[in-house]
Design a protein around this ligand. Structure first.
Ligand SMILES: *Cc1c(COP(=O)(O)O)cnc(C)c1O
Length: 395
């Protein structure tokens, strides 16, 4: 049995998105900037996609900018607000300690240019409160950038409350909604969101295409100079097939959201309940305000990488919080941010579900994971020390 449970990393494209892209490749090959009819037909297709995306987010078409994905949208939103802030002598930015690297690394870069960044502490309930944002606001704050939902541990943040606070304080508010778009209801006007990033491949669309929503009145800075595409804010011939795939996938996800949420939440809760039976483990992320498909645990006394390899051998595609970068095994910054110590953070497992998963697959996971955890613990010197009392359990 092959079980794909890594939907937070990427999703399988939907038939609807594939059909929309195929139609585009076959019939709308023109350059939307060309004045002839083939170009103008492509242009119409582009603007139609823009209007449909805008409808899904509750904004106007002209507030939608197509990008190469979530990372680019995050970079452009943050850099735009920072440049604008610097002009007014405001160089303080508020974010959280468990943002995606597309946000954190952009903030790190700005710090080297003299910006000051406050990263809100997420140890309390593995989430932040709107009150924390309120208390962090200063005279010189030029941006609040807070993710909509966390990609590793699934916590869903109080976005509407934060939006209201930022609006009252007159501070631009950006949210990385890459994990939320197509999965949670978004209404940028009601939620007072000034800028929002999303990425097609996280909701069954194609890879390499995303959106930056920027409220009218927000002055965007270009990351890519070039032609007048995207209202002059993002040069380069538009990725029309990708954009058509994105629009189709987003519409489909939004139309089926309630039904999918119901199904996926039930699978998630069954999986969480089952895995919680394993001794010395702990759920990561907000237990209540949580993405429908996210299951994230730390198991004491094991290595997440070994766990993944054994699960893969049993047909289960999952992910771990540890990222093997440049040869060194660094535990995930997200798990460290919620207060997991290094040893525990190394024993993490993320299973991210979608509506294609079945009860049988959950049963398979619930059979295999406890077996593999036992197997690995029996081979682990750390576990032996825990068992014989020379080391103390943390979980
Ligand atoms: C996947 C992801 C991104 C990056 O999106 P890409 O389109 O892959 O660049 C950014 N933020 C979050 C929360 C993500 O899950």
């Amino acid at each position: 049995m092959q079980v794909y449970a890594d939907n937070a990393a990427t999703t399988k494209m939907s038939e609807i998105a594939i059909a929309a892209m195929t139609e585009c490749y076959q019939n709308y090959y023109g350059n939307p900037s060309s004045l002839h009819s083939v170009g103008q037909e492509a242009k119409e297709k582009l603007e139609d996609a823009r209007a449909r995306v805008a409808a899904c987010l509750g904004c106007e078409s002209r507030e939608i900018y197509f990008t190469s994905g979530g990372s680019e949208a995050d970079n452009q939103a943050i850099i735009s607000a920072a440049r604008l802030g610097a002009k007014k002598g405001k160089k303080h930015i508020i974010s959280t300690a468990f943002e995606h690297h597309a946000v954190l690394h952009t903030l790190n870069k700005l710090e080297t240019e003299g910006f000051e960044v406050t990263l809100l502490d997420v140890r309390n309930n593995h989430n932040i409160t709107a009150q924390q944002v309120k208390e962090a606001i200063r005279e010189d704050t030029c941006l609040v950038t807070v993710m909509y939902a966390n990609n590793e541990i699934g916590s869903v943040l109080p976005i509407a409350e934060i939006g209201a606070i930022c609006k009252e304080a007159g501070i631009p508010f950006h949210t990385d909604a890459v994990q939320a778009a197509g999965h949670l209801h978004i209404d940028v006007k009601k939620q007072n969101i000034d800028m929002l990033s999303l990425s097609a491949h996280k909701f069954h669309g194609p890879k390499g295409v995303g959106v930056l929503y920027a409220r009218r009145g927000i002055a965007l800075q270009n990351l890519i100079e070039g032609g007048a595409q995207e209202r002059g804010k993002r040069g380069g011939t538009e990725n029309l097939p990708g954009i058509c795939g994105l629009a189709a996938a987003l519409e489909d996800a939004c139309a089926n959201m309630d039904e999918n949420t119901k199904k996926v939440t039930a699978l998630r809760d069954k999986l969480i309940a089952g895995l919680s039976q394993i001794p010395h483990c702990s759920l990561n992320g907000d237990p209540v305000n949580r993405l429908p498909g996210n299951v994230s645990f730390c198991f004491e006394g094991i290595e997440g990488e070994s766990l993944l390899l054994y699960l893969d051998a049993q047909g289960i595609c999952a992910s771990s919080g540890s990222a093997c970068t440049s040869g060194s095994l660094d535990p995930s910054h997200v798990l460290l941010a919620i207060g997991r110590v290094h040893d525990v953070a190394h024993g993490s497992l993320r299973l991210s579900l979608d509506h294609n998963n079945t009860e049988e697959e959950i049963d398979h996971i619930l059979t295999v994971v406890p077996q593999v955890v036992s197997l690995l613990r029996n081979m682990s010197p750390v576990w032996r020390d825990l068992q014989n009392g020379t080391r103390e359990y943390i979980l």
